[in-house]
Design a protein around this ligand. Sequence first.
Ligand SMILES: [Zn+2]
Length: 179
Amino acid sequence: MENVAENCLHLRGLGAVPGSRFQCPVCNVYLDLEGVEQWVWAAEKSRDEAYSVVESDEFVQILCEEWQQEVYRRRKVLYELRNVPHVAIARPEMILISYDIAEEAYECRIFYKEPRPVWGTDRIRVEAALDAVLALRSHPDPNVRLASSKAEEFHNLRLRLVEQNTPPPSRRVFYQNEF
Ligand SMILES: [Zn+2]
């Protein structure tokens, strides 16, 4: 995972996630605006190094051009992200957690009051195991963290009922007054 993030060029750009952060959809790394600036500088540095090669041949020239294109591409991503408005994080209205028996996973659906916020995560899936659920506690999106705490509650309830030989429910709705 770390290696993917290290080597990834974020070729599909970076998407805004709540908390003024940006995520690569390929390697899933999170960057703040400073991180994106450093990513642009890294390309500028590589380009300058390519240009500073004394014995320039055709290969070096192609390399220079490629890095120049990469600099332009990264700058464009940076300029677009600078213009993303800082939208307040919307609070969900309701969270529905369903247990998927076939895949042993929880499907969490997050519902918002209309209009639906642009950045609102509306669906997450997590393995039906406590450590997988708890791992979402450090997620940058507060609504994902909220959904994970409800998944944890649901998971504990199911375990308790199984221990008591009672069939556990396969879904549970949490309303705003339970958040
Ligand atoms: Zn990436």
